[in-house]
Design a protein around this ligand. Structure first.
Ligand code: NAD
Ligand code: UD1
Length: 341
């Protein structure tokens, strides 16, 4: 049995599908602070298999301990966390409590239950401003916001844990920019309010929910002047978790980039989205967003060499799958039944 924290969320629901399809039994723990239980109903519909859901906060160590014991959990995939960069600067203590203290309590419960296999979702944001590209796992770390620092501190905590007890099997995954949705169009990213991230915003403009995209800066030192990111299809990202579980058969700690190695500019995304959707995405150029870097993309060769995993889906597929989800479930998980109608 695999325990998946944050499994009702965007990435978690896709990881759930990967696990169920691979034959694992799954217990999801999520406090639903940024998600909807309907995502898990749809996961079960897609897979034709059931999972167990417990509405539990990872800060509740006793409830986590009880879940680990009663479901005979063998490994934990830990995705639960708050992730809004801007909000983390306004409410840093909420982020430290939820992400850092939550991870400490989770690890403490795991220790007590002698469950010592853990996959943790970190972020490329731990690298901060790139000093060279592509970003490999040895690049210096220096996150520029409280959210990123919670990720860095959890990484350091897990490294100390492993140094103190070599029985642990720990995978630290640094996700780049997860986008897209499951090909069914039944699950996907369901941002509350105005989306912060590019793809959800572009999709809402394409469908007519928002008038136009604001492109934050076209004066970067890039071929078209707009920012460049390493977008990775969420289904590829999810399948990578299976490779990590597989490679943690022996004790050890590994840290891997989860990206494609390809950079796409904001304008590349806009044009690709227009092409796959057949809709126009009007935009205007605005000033740079504070905290943005010009270019960020991964060196994904470690994951390929050590885990035998790499992403395979193109930017076209990312946009097409995101668009299918946007059309099928224009209001996300609100106001639709579990068939997505
Ligand atoms: P999400 O918000 O959709 O999912 C996170 C889930 O965790 C939500 O379902 C939320 O309800 C749950 N959660 C939050 N705090 C909790 C708590 N204390 N107890 C129990 N459940 C809790 O976000 P996502 O995009 O699916 O991200 C998943 C993980 O991946 C996060 O840790 C995030 O920081 C990390 N990550 C995401 C991205 C990205 O761009 N989406 C990039 C890098 C890393
Ligand atoms: C953001 C987070 C980062 C996180 C990542 C993935 C910030 C400062 N950084 O980064 O910590 O790991 O998401 O969740 O928030 N853009 C526009 N208009 C928009 C939205 C985005 O032009 O309305 C541009 C941005 O300026 C950037 C690119 O699109 O150049 C991608 O933006 P976004 O999707 O927010 O991802 P990141 O900037 O990589």
């Amino acid at each position: 049995m695999i325990l998946l924290t944050g499994g009702a969320g965007y990435i978690g629901s896709h990881v759930c599908i990967a696990l169920l399809d691979a034959g694992f039994d799954v217990v999801v723990v999520d406090n639903l602070s940024n998600s909807n239980k309907a995502s898990l109903e749809r996961v079960q519909l897609i897979c034709g298999r059931s999972l167990t859901f417990r509405q539990v906060d990872i800060l509740d160590e006793e409830a986590i301990y009880e879940t680990l014991c009663s479901y005979e959990v063998s490994a934990v995939i830990h995705l639960a966390g708050l992730k809004a960069v801007g909000e983390s600067s306004i409410r840093p203590m909420t982020y430290y409590e939820n992400n850092l203290l939550g991870s400490m309590r989770l690890v403490s419960a795991m220790n007590r239950a002698s469950v010592k296999t853990l996959v943790f979702s970190s972020s490329a944001t731990v690298y901060g401003v790139p000093t060279y590209l592509p970003l490999d796992e040895h690049h210096p770390l220096g996150p520029t916001n409280p959210y990123g620092r919670t990720k860095l501190f959890i990484e350091e905590m897990l490294k100390d844990l492993y140094r103190s007890d070599n029985d642990w099997r720990i995978g630290i995954l640094r996700y780049f920019n997860p986008v897209g949705a499951h090909e069914s169009g039944l699950i996907g990213e369901d941002p509350k309010g105005v989306p912060n991230n590019l793809l959800p915003f572009v999709a809402q403009v394409a469908i007519g929910k928002r008038e136009k995209l604001r492109i934050w800066g076209n004066d970067y030192d890039t071929p078209d002047g707009t920012g460049i990111r390493d977008f990775i299809h969420v289904v590829d990202l999810a399948s990578g978790h299976l490779s990590v579980l597989n490679s943690l058969k022996q004790p050890g700690l590994l840290t891997a980039n989860f990206g494609t190695g390809n950079g796409s500019s904001v304008l590349d995304v806009v044009r690709t989205f227009e092409a796959v959707s057949g809709r126009s995405v009007p935009f205007e150029i605005d000033k740079r967003r504070i905290g943005d870097v010009a270019v960020c993309f991964a060196d994904p060769t470690f994951a390929e060499r050590v885990l035998g995993w790499r992403s395979v889906r193109s930017l076209e597929e990312m946009c097409a799958d995101h668009w299918r989800w946007q059309c099928k479930c224009p209001d996300g998980y609100r106001g639709t039944n579990s068939e997505g109608r």
